[in-house]
Design a protein around this ligand. Structure first.
Ligand code: GLU
Length: 316
């Protein structure tokens, strides 16, 4: 079926940070890319707080993230979706998968799995009883799945040998990211996902769940991530510094540069709203194709708690 503009569903995108700490430059970069893409498509841009993994949540981070986005003019549509308020939905989906015999209990210890990059299926035929605190894995199959990424092109993975039976509920009863993200995007009717390329390896797993649940998957675009001097993605683990919310004009300009958008020099220092309006009007994601990762710009030299993170110059 060919969709005309009148029948095509409205673009619904989202930004879904985990509240493990305040936003750092890398997360703001992704937020901006997804915002510009959604707004250029006259779409909705939703905010979701991925707060299911309670032990990793940092106190105050969800509020700090919202405050930061507001400071940078990244205003979202509707109310914020908190994962932790949707536990019933994840359980309903688990139940559905269980009923269709797509899950099994796994009792493997970490030690047993040492040296196995892909789960070797030890518990698949064991028929362990499922209790509230057993790890649940989804049965995958010998199937090659592929999708077209708007930036990365055709991505093809063999499910069995490259991913194996993956976890959908952890031993600590927490719903795993792979299932939660699929349920969330379905509940929010998200049809466009713009996120960091570090999540690309997860996408095939998520597509498999879409298949099993019989839901249409979104269209994906995986964008580069900003890395530190050691080549590691900026993250809380690498102790990336929170973005400075004092001078949003400077940061937005630099981010537009990092996104390869070539902002006009006279935009430097302009009010954030003006820079964003320019960014939306001129958004061309193909400019991101040159990079898989980007060094942290010296202009926003990031130091960490150890104070010893060196940075690489802004790419020209
Ligand atoms: N919450 C995830 C993160 O902060 C992102 C999930 C996604 O975009 O699919 O890395």
């Amino acid at each position: 079926m060919i969709l005309s503009a009148a029948t095509a569903p409205r673009y619904i995108g989202r930004f879904a940070p985990s509240p493990t700490g305040p936003l750092h430059l890398g997360s703001l970069y992704t937020a901006l890319a997804s915002f510009l893409d959604a707004r250029q498509h006259q779409g909705l841009w939703l905010l979701r707080i991925d707060d299911l993994d309670k032990p990793r949540n940092a106190p105050g981070a969800a509020d700090a993230i919202q405050h930061c986005l507001e400071r940078f003019g990244l205003h979202w549509d509707g109310t914020v979706f908190f994962e932790s308020r949707h536990r019933r939905d994840y359980h309903a989906h688990l139940h559905q998968l269980l009923q269709h015999q797509q899950l099994y209990a796994c009792r493997c210890s970490r030690k047993q799995l040492e040296g196995h990059a892909v789960y070797p299926g030890f518990c698949r035929k064991q028929n362990w009883q499922i209790t509230a605190d057993t790890t649940l894995r989804v049965k995958t199959c010998e199937q090659t799945l592929s999708f077209h990424d708007r930036l990365q092109g055709l991505i093809e993975n063999h499910l069995g040998s490259e991913h194996g039976d993956f976890i959908v509920r952890r031993r600590d009863r927490i719903i795993a990211y792979q299932l939660a993200v699929v349920v969330n995007d379905h509940l929010q009717a998200v049809n466009h996902v713009v996120r960091g390329i570090d999540l690309l390896p997860s996408t095939i797993k998520q597509l498999y769940l879409y298949q099993q649940l019989n839901y249409p998957p979104p269209i994906y675009m995986h964008v580069p991530v900003i890395v530190d001097a050691t080549g590691a993605k900026l993250s809380k683990q690498t102790l990336a510094a929170p973005v400075d919310t004092q001078k949003p004009e400077t940061t937005v300009f630099t981010l537009l540069q990092l996104l390869g958008q070539n902002p006009a020099p006279d935009l430097r220092g302009a009010p954030v709203a003006e820079q964003l309006a320019w960014g939306v009007a001129h958004w061309h994601p193909d400019a991101l194709l040159d990079h898989k990762t980007l060094p942290t710009p010296a202009a926003l030299a990031v130091t960490n708690d150890r104070g010893n993170l060196s940075t690489t110059a802004l790419p020209r």
